[in-house]
Design a protein around this ligand. Structure first.
Ligand code: AMP
Ligand code: MG
Length: 271
């Protein structure tokens, strides 16, 4: 759901298990999943065609920002929703704890460098928002420093949008119970051990502080030029569908066209 700029976000008003128009109770759930999957398939095909157009036009870029608690499905969303994209024109950039060089620059330095070039789609797995999330929760910088970052982020994103970068921001909203299930699943599956980090368990203790920090980021940084979307993420199939719908709709709205040939090609014969 789009966060209307200027509204105060309370996450308790958003149900992480929401499945929109789909009935996800009892027997109907299987049908709903099937229907959603079919819809997603169509959207993925359309996304492929729109990406091709974006690439051919080479005039603007699309930046998709994914944020969410550990195990909220950032990786899964990329794997599923972006599965039809041509790798030539897409870059996925994960943002981890800043390295030494990054830490010795302003917080937007590494972010700006990673913005996709025209014609391309960039996907940020975490982003500059970590600088008002983890940094705030753990007081990695003083309050008076992170406080000023919301406005800096808004201005930074405004610069991007003014320069033909479409910015889509998604908060993958999961419940604490669903996070427990997913972390436990990582503990019990040898193919997923690598995804398990004891740090995630430690971070889980700060759940409420994170929810509060997210509420502030969503409230202060949902702007007309770069609004936030809160995505119910307890059900993976619905999460994927919501993200795909927003991405496809944003690209449709660009009203893109294949470039005209620079010269008349109609009489050209290739021997
Ligand atoms: P993962 O997404 O599981 O690979 O974890 C990446 C980790 O890097 C998360 O714990 C993030 O909170 C952390 N991280 C990302 N950006 C920053 C930042 N700017 N400052 C501190 N930690 C960060
Ligand atoms: Mg992790």
């Amino acid at each position: 759901m789009l966060v209307k700029p200027g509204t105060k976000v309370a996450l308790k008003d958003f149900d992480p298990a929401d499945t929109g128009p789909f009935d996800s109770s009892g027997k109907a759930k299987e049908d709903a999943r099937e229907e959603a999957k079919e819809k997603l398939g169509k959207l993925i095909s359309e996304l492929e065609a729109l990406q091709n157009l974006l690439y051919a036009e080479n005039k603007r870029a699309l930046l998709i920002i994914l944020q969410g608690m550990d195990a909220s499905g950032k990786d899964g969303t990329i794997r599923k929703v972006m599965s039809g994209l041509n790798p030539l024109g897409v870059q996925v950039v994960p943002f981890k704890v800043p390295n030494e060089e990054e830490a010795e620059h302003d917080f937007l330095w590494r972010i700006h460098k990673a913005v996709p070039r025209y014609g391309n789609i960039g996907i940020f797995n975490r982003s500059h928002y970590e600088d008002v999330l983890v940094v705030r929760v753990h007081e990695l910088v003083p309050r008076k420093v992170w406080k000023t970052r919301y406005e800096q982020i808004n201005q930074f994103e405004k610069v991007l949008v003014a320069n033909n970068v479409v910015v889509l921001k998604f908060f993958l909203h999961i419940s604490k119970g669903e996070q427990r299930k997913r972390l436990e699943a990582r503990l019990h599956d040898p193919t997923r051990y690598w995804k398990f980090s004891t740090k995630d368990v430690a971070e889980r203790r700060f759940w409420d502080a994170y929810q509060e920090a997210y509420e502030d980021a969503l409230t202060k940084c949902s702007t007309d030029w770069a609004p936030w979307h809160v995505v119910p993420a307890d059900h993976k199939w619905y999460r994927n569908l919501v993200v795909a719908e927003v991405v496809v709709e944003a690209l449709r709205k660009l009203d893109m066209h294949y470039p005209e040939p620079a010269e008349d090609l109609s009489k050209l014969v290739i021997k």
